[in-house]
Design a protein around this ligand. Structure first.
Ligand SMILES: [Zn+2]
Length: 131
């Protein structure tokens, strides 16, 4: 019992505050209310996915994919998807003009960007989080 309190004090579970902070950095402050109000329901949906899918979503929300901008490398690459003016950073890959096109073309969703535009936060669904 004392051990549990000791561990909880030393290693507090700050996953949700961390995800909120990092999602704000990726999506911008105009999505702050959506992130604040929807993150917990998105996490409830997330728990229904396979463990490997959960890891991918958490890595995306936490901006923990490897990119030259995230690692502050001396030589920062352009968009790895070939956008002429894009940068190798999560904020760009989240943008409508890059990864959305590839994902939604692959899913046959046409121009419906709504599920992916906020990384599955606003209207969390299993399909949206998988995208
Ligand atoms: Zn791009």
């Amino acid at each position: 019992m004392a051990y549990d309190h000791f561990v909880e004090h030393l290693f507090p579970n700050d996953l949700i505050p961390t995800l909120k902070r990092r999602l704000n950095n990726i999506l911008g402050h105009e999505k702050a209310d959506v992130i604040e109000n929807k993150i917990e329901s998105a996490i409830r949906v997330l728990k229904k996915l396979d463990q490997f899918e959960v890891v991918h979503v958490i890595k995306t929300w936490a901006n923990s994919w490897a990119s030259t901008f995230r690692f502050h490398e001396d030589k920062r690459l352009p968009c790895l998807l070939g956008c002429p003016s894009g940068q190798d950073c999560m904020k760009h890959y989240q943008s409508r003009l890059s990864l959305h096109t590839i994902v939604y073309d692959a899913l046959g969703k046409g121009d419906d960007w709504s599920e992916f535009a906020d990384l599955g936060i606003a209207n969390p669904s299993r399909e949206g989080l998988r995208a």
